[in-house]
Write a protein that binds this ligand. Sequence first.
Ligand code: NAD
Length: 492
Amino acid sequence: MISTELLPLNIGGEWRLGGGDAYESLYPATGEPIARLKAASTADVDEAIVRADLAFRTSGWAQKLPHERAAVLHRVAQIIRDEAEPLAQKQRLDNGKPINETRALVASAAGTFQFFAAALETLEETITPSRGPFVTMSVHEPMGVVAAITPWNSPIASEAQKLAPALAAGNAVIVKPAEVTPLMALELARICEKAGVPKGIVSVLPGRGSVIGDAITKHPLVKRVSFTGGTATGKHIAHIAADKMMPVSLELGGKSPTMVLEDADLDHAVNGVLYGIFSSSGESCIAGSRLFVARSIYDEFVTRVAEAAKALRVGDPASERTQMGPLITAKHRESIERYVELGVSEGAHIRTGGVRPHGAGMDNGYFYTPTILEGLTNNARTTQEEIFGPVLVAMPFDSEEQLIEQANDSIYALAAGVWSRDFKRAWRLGRAVQAGTVWINTYKQFSVSTPFGGWRDSGLGREKGREGIFQYMEQKSMYWGTNDQPLPWANQ
Ligand code: NAD
């Protein structure tokens, strides 16, 4: 237990208990409570947003010069780095990821604040080519109150990915973390306050998505929602946004294809495939969950992946040797087990995994073994639906045409992987596959300087990159008249 006391939330800059139901946040490795808090209520949502709007208009945050706001964001990055180890340990407890992964997520959050501070300080507006007696410019203004709604799988990183550009843009931000992983967003609010972000500019409102997330999305003072989560929730938010004429960015689900060609460097490809699907216990939107392997190397390759999957070290997230921790909740593990049963009923053969591991302190946690299913076609439900767990569906392919057709045959189009030594084929496939991100001879690598997002049911809009700040701004065109004479129309 991090604390037996109920944890306060940050509601419009005030640290106090939420007005909603009390609940416990559990450590997925043991099922034990690690923190108690009271969720936000809808009254808290309204209060936080009204105060955020006031802070946006009166605190001076939006009016700070870019280098002044950037200095505050640099301090946020520095505090995250100063507190990296306790933050990584807390995040491990909050969502059960192995400590090496949570350390990387904390480092990524610091890097995100640093990047957007630098991007803000060096951001340039444009003077557009004039087509008359005026100077034309395109500038950007902050929007006011914006919301960041995040899932449970990579808390501090996904919150930083929204909070940093939204703050850089000069907005006030309402953060709604997933109900089961509230701790990192609360830490970020504390760190922002310590770094000098004015009170009320950041609020953190944990609670049920259908209540708190919905109330935030519908609130008339919220001018933009940046959402990461499931496709069904994303579509629901898009409907509300359409009614409000509110821009949204949606980072949604995936069922990403990994393609291994016969000329691939198999040592690299085996490692990449394993990392792509089994790191983060497969609870990753960009997990490479559909594996297509050239038929001539299929048996050899899948045998190597299966042997390596069996050897992965599943267990205690506190150990630096652990490669796979538990799943997020007991309910989520049951949903994964149902998918594996469905796969078997659709004709799958379980090549490895498909069970709960026991012993070594794993009996009370939500652990599941790395699982590989074979014998399914690309149109089976198990191959098409997002499982969001450590389940890989492996299939052989016979031709490049068939490969591309099947890789693109999905409602999702978030990411894809290509493994080949032939750069011309890799280029051809990389261009032909429909996906927001394509990794060639690597997988699941990220850079905050490179835009990220999905096509089709995988989402709308892009995060990251220098342009990421503009997601949280309205564009404005300005015309400066340079006429020596009055406008001719009125004949005055
Ligand atoms: P989810 O959609 O259930 O919840 C995500 C967030 O939305 C949570 O904070 C939740 O409380 C909130 N929410 C739920 N209902 C809401 C509503 N009606 N209105 C407003 N907010 C609401 O998703 P999850 O189970 O937390 O996360 C898993 C999903 O997230 C997977 O589908 C995964 O692919 C996706 N994901 C996508 C990305 C990406 O960048 N594309 C990254 C990580 C996770």
